[in-house]
Design a protein around this ligand. Structure first.
Ligand code: BG6
Length: 479
């Protein structure tokens, strides 16, 4: 394992809708996440044919409404991050705090002030903010009125939001991320694109159209951030699921290549290289449309070229195995990916296959493909914690998972990969995105809240807190 570079960005990552709560406070509008019920059924519920984004508190619980109340605890939480020695903190801005309905022309000052405070609090401890512009949220109003990202009008609204945010914070924020896990929409498009069954999620053309609109927005954001502050660094963000062919059967190898292109490469190819890849037509054909069926403008292609990202950030939780030759193999769960179970790997309680070597492979594949710095902005183990009577959690399983994955990052550094940093997901417990549970915990910090919303919201350090603090203090020497 190679030594970590001196300026390695150790930190942690969260997203607004999963932590902030205060969903209707200080002028915030309703975001699509506010309509996601708690529990593993949340995606099935929003994909019912008649789903119309109504919030029905008599029928469902909405854990994102209160999150972990970061809105009122941010000072205490950032102080704890500082105690662990974070060099950076990745968080997202809720679009609906800045433009509550999305189609206003003036931003909500109170929303802007909240992130002023969060950023200033980070800077007080010399924690570099890494800000995600779109982390699985958008105003419900935009989705119901304009039908989601498939509508080109979204570009205008999104650019207005990005402009307001960059204008306000670029004096203090250098690192930005455009769309969280942009590629995840291939298998699940509600959070990233606002597409559910009732507004066209089943039609893949809508997903590809939404992506085009997002690529244009992303390129515009990169350009704008650079104009405002030339040393800005703006990254794309993909959900990278390292893929293996299940066996040496050439049919499975080819299937792996195709699946990898569509899931892991398509979005980043456009955002990092500024043009559509040669294999794109073959993907559209599969779904019965042509590139010319997508709504584009000639200026888009110029913009894509001019607004290529500075770095590639990605989440990594698991790998998957691709097989098309044997229908009897059990399928793998998790993280919107698919594939079959890999007999060489164990899985988390939620069925996500744990594979640190897959992270080393991911880092190599991404760096060698794009020759741009890579940044692991999410990684971690979702597990049920069992606090003792003092609320202490001895989370050795989490330490083990993180240790193995940090070692894999060290391995990639030794392979010559330019890795910028590592921000484990959910550095403080938060509401799970895929299941809306609190019991699926990732944090170094335990938050006293359960799946039913009971608890004091008090914060407690887990065993992994001191462990990670030491990892950072020794710059990855002691794991
Ligand atoms: C990523 C998302 O998919 O994985 C996060 O960017 C999410 O928002 C994380 O929380 C872990 O997934 P989950 O479903 O366990 O919360």
């Amino acid at each position: 394992m190679k030594k970590f570079p001196k300026n390695f960005m150790w930190g942690g990552a969260t997203a607004a809708n999963q932590i902030e709560g205060a969903y209707n406070i200080d002028g915030k509008g309703l975001s699509i996440d506010d309509a996601l019920p708690g529990g593993p059924e949340r995606f099935n519920i929003v994909n019912k044919p008649d789903f119309n984004w109504q919030i029905d508190p008599d029928k469902y619980r909405y854990p994102n409404h209160e999150g972990i109340d970061f809105y009122h605890h941010y000072r205490e939480d950032i102080k704890l991050f500082a105690e662990m020695g974070f060099k950076c903190y990745r968080f997202s801005i809720a679009w609906t705090r800045i433009f509550p309905n999305g189609d206003e022309t003036t931003p909500n000052e109170k929303g802007l002030e909240f992130y002023d405070r969060v950023i200033d609090e980070c800077l007080k401890y010399h924690i570099e903010p890494v800000v995600t512009l779109f982390h699985y949220e958008m105003p419900i109003n935009l989705v119901t009125k304009y039908g989601s990202w498939k509508n080109r009008k979204f570009i205008t609204f999104a650019e207005r939001y990005v402009r307001a945010v960059i204008d306000r914070y670029s004096d203090r924020v250098k690192y930005w991320i455009t769309f969280n896990e942009i590629n995840s929409a291939l298998h699940f498009s509600v959070m990233g694109q606002g597409l559910v069954k009732s507004n066209g999620a089943d039609n893949k053309q809508n997903i590809y159209q939404s992506w085009h609109n997002q690529f244009v927005t992303s390129a515009w954001a990169v350009k704008y951030a650079h104009e405002k502050r030339p040393d800005s660094k703006v990254g794309c963000m993909i959900l990278y699921a390292t893929m293996y062919a299940y066996d040496a059967n050439p049919k499975n190898q080819l299937a792996r290549l195709k699946e990898n292109q569509e899931f892991n490469q398509y979005c980043a190819d456009v955002q990092a290289r500024g043009e559509y890849p040669a294999y794109a037509d073959s993907l559209y054909q599969k779904y019965g449309f042509k590139f010319s069926d997508l709504e584009t403008k000639p200026a888009d292609f110029e913009l894509l070229k001019e607004g290529t990202v500075d770095y590639i950030s990605f989440s990594y939780y698991m790998s998957t195995a691709i097989n098309i030759t044997d229908n009897s193999l059990p399928t793998a769960n998790g993280n919107l990916v698919g594939g079959v179970k890999n007999p060489f790997l164990k899985a988390s309680e939620w069925g996500w296959q744990i594979d640190p070597t897959g992270l080393r492979i991911a880092l190599n594949e991404l760096y060698n493909r794009y020759q741009k710095p890579v940044f692991v902005v999410e990684n971690g183990l979702g597990a049920v914690d069992h606090p003792n009577e003092d609320h202490f959690v001895q989370d050795d399983y989490r330490i083990k998972y993180l240790r193995q994955h940090i070692k894999a990052v060290g391995g990639a550094l030794a392979d010559g990969v330019d890795v910028m940093g590592y921000t484990p997901w959910g550095c403080i417990d938060l509401v799970s995105a895929s299941t809306g549970q609190m019991s699926k915990r990732y944090g170094f910090i335990y938050v006293d809240k359960d799946d039913e919303g009971n608890g004091t919201m008090r914060r407690y350090k887990k065993a992994s807190f001191d462990w990670y603090k030491n990892v950072i203090a020794t710059n990855g020497e002691e794991l």
